[in-house]
Ligand binder design. Sequence first.
Ligand SMILES: [Zn+2]
Length: 478
Amino acid sequence: MLRSRPAALTVLLFAIFASAAAHAQTALVGGTLVRPAQGDTLAGATVVVEPSGRIAAVGPSDEIDVPAGAERLDARGQYVMPGLIDSHVHFFQSGGLYTRPDALDLRFAKPYEQELSDIKARLPATLRRYLASGITGVVDAGGPRWNLDVRAQAEQMAQAPRVGVAGPLISSVARPKLDLGDPPILKVETPREAREVARRQAEARFDIIKIWYIVGQGQTPADFRPVAEAAIETAHEAGLPAAVHATELETARAAVEAGADVLVHSVFDQPVDEAFTQLLVENNVIYIPTIMVRERYGEVFAGAYEPTEAAKHLGNEQVLASLDDLGTEVPADSLPQRMRAALGRDVAPDAIPPSQTAISNLRALHDAGVRVAAGTDAGNIGTPHGPSLFYEMQLMQQAGLSPMEVLETATRGGAALMERAGAPNADALGRLQAGAPADLVVLRENPLDDLTNAATATHVIRGGRVFDASELIGAAKR
Ligand SMILES: [Zn+2]
């Protein structure tokens, strides 16, 4: 008896380890693959996902052997797609009414300290909301130094997207109302100072250097250019990409001539010209249109904000509720005159249309072969974390991109940004192929019929682990 005990234990242990390994492997069987990187679909397909976080095999179901003991997920009638990437978010902002006292100062109604502590307390839930939305990667385009903690938290949690972060914005203007000791925006006045700030950010291991290229009244883009150039040069010396906020054609041109790798907004003021388009193509610039955020600010300030169905389902309830506070919780007579005037008028929700210039510029740049990545500026007032990407994708379709092309910008486009930012194996991210990272989403409805169907995730696979989307949203609400 005593002798047989170790043998029995060995058999038992073997069984435990064998079953643990088998359970970690998953096969999505019978679904229709949507492959934006290839621009096609494949019906009746199987994807085998490794516990190591890679796709082991993908192809027609009759050609793919499902390994014995793999967990099978019946995907018949469903759509399997690479996980989405939102290339432009800000975790230091909630998306609610009180999150930008520099734009709308309501600190008398809610102290900014309280807003920031709510945002930090809610961070794990915010990360889960992204994943529940089928968004398996996000890039924070600038914020306080605690953005590094956001990335660390996401790396520790299983239920989180992969996160890339920029640090405090190297800016032509100051925003003192946002400075509670760890400012998201730093006014930088000399090239020497820009080099110093960018160097320190690279040493702190931020993924991207971000520049806020704001041209004030009476200024020209040439005024800030030496500072931008110094920051971009320093970023490149450290092997990091430089992302620039520049929303006018001449500012964006100056930024790209200075070496910018990424433009995080559309050109809003006028149509792009041939020289600018060629400059973006030749410099391999990633263009993030970020169309929706301006419209949403306008709607909230006009008392005309209506959340989308996806936002109601996937967004944070308190954040969305705060967007109705103007004129109720926040008395109308405490608001700036222009807002009181807007609230007095009965502004219809469609009264603030998305920028047609931004939309036609997206079409022109995409047609010319510029690399486009979908991004929302989530966190800004009226643009909640998680579901906003679906609305942005609809606006991109209005520009004339096909649903498949839009999905390409929200998968491979974001992957191109993550690759520049040094994310491991990002070159295969957003591809449904063996060896690629197993970041996937299973959708109930076909996103190619209607891009709002991209919001119908039933399961989300992140790094080879399978999550039920409704459990994720349930966990985010607890
Ligand atoms: Zn932004």
